[in-house]
Write a protein that binds this ligand. Sequence first.
Ligand code: AMP
Ligand code: ZN
Ligand code: ZN
Length: 400
Amino acid sequence: MIRKLNFFTIFLFAAILFAGEKNKNTTILISFDGFRWDYPYRGLTPNLDAVSAEGVTALSLKPVFPSKTFPNHIAIITGCYPQKHGIIANSFLDKETGRRYRIGDTAEVRKSYWYKREFFWETAMKNDIICASYFWPGSEINDAQRYPDYREYYEHNRDYKIRIEGVLEWIALPENKRPGFITLYFDATDTYGHAFGTNSTQVDSAIGVLDSMIGLLRDGIMKLGMKDSVNLIIVSDHGMINTPQDMIINMDTVLTDVSFRLTDTGPLSGIKTELDYKVLREKISHINHVSVYKKNEMPKYFYYSENEDIDDILLVADPGYTITSGERRPYSSGGNHGYDNNAIEMHGIFFAAGPDFKINYRTGTLKNIDIYPMLCRLFDIEPADGIDGTLENIEYILRK
Ligand code: AMP
Ligand code: ZN
Ligand code: ZN
């Protein structure tokens, strides 16, 4: 009896202690689309510099392959590679149903069917943490069990200041309504990088505009007196590289006497042909800057083989090169991304500052799939089973 009582008392005490430890801070995860790892070194980012001085700066953030927007945002928020989380490209065909996932197709991106893994906001909400999203791929999902408590539907041209005001309104809510986790997204560096290239004045001004949003957000947080209870994590989904016209590889000029079809254009494409794989490989072998792979022979570090929807034969261009065919024009004349995720040009940024992060701490390259387990650790909650991310790779940037 005494033993039982003791055990019960200890259990109760531990439970109270644990409950008392619940993280009451709000963490805002901000994505700057296509903000390359080295953009902060252009002298255009006083607000990122301030975050860096107060918190953690990584040398770069390694994306997953393919280094595209949706595969990476979903990797960040699930801790899994695209072959596991399901969004293997911005646009792809589902072999089972014949339906196409496409980032511009609002009806399709809202279907729960496509998203095979648990979003961080789902994990958090299961643990009674209120979640909010001011844009994030996946957040528009139709399934009431799977979307954040508060959310805004994606609107490409929504004024940036209005986005910041929206987030500030959320963190100003009374504690029982205030989100513990918020996502926020801006496209400018990606949009102008595609259109004008990485060294353009347009990209420079986009860098400045996005940096100034961090300034606005920090001012707002300061005015609310919440600097000590808000963490900012600023990331990008991938980098950008210039794609000059003389680096376009038109497959029509390579496979002159062969009937074939490309499933995409740009850095990565599936290829459909009657040709035997070995023959195809031979025909392409003399072409520099394009590699051809069977999907199960892709470089291991791509983690891009084990998914039904990945094409059986893939062409991968070297960074900066564009694969195309026929009349199909390359996606962008300025810059692009989607290439080998080990190429440094494809790497993004990682900054984090606030009560839970180390101060003035610099580290090497982090992997974006490790962010999900780090968020779980931040809130002391259990990650979903079977993720690809590894907490040990990243937890040292946290203060506790
Ligand atoms: P990418 O082709 O990989 O450069 O994709 C970038 C584009 O993704 C941006 O220009 C946005 O228009 C689009 N995008 C980003 N987030 C969302 C979202 N949550 N819903 C729909 N489209 C988005
Ligand atoms: Zn992107
Ligand atoms: Zn892009």
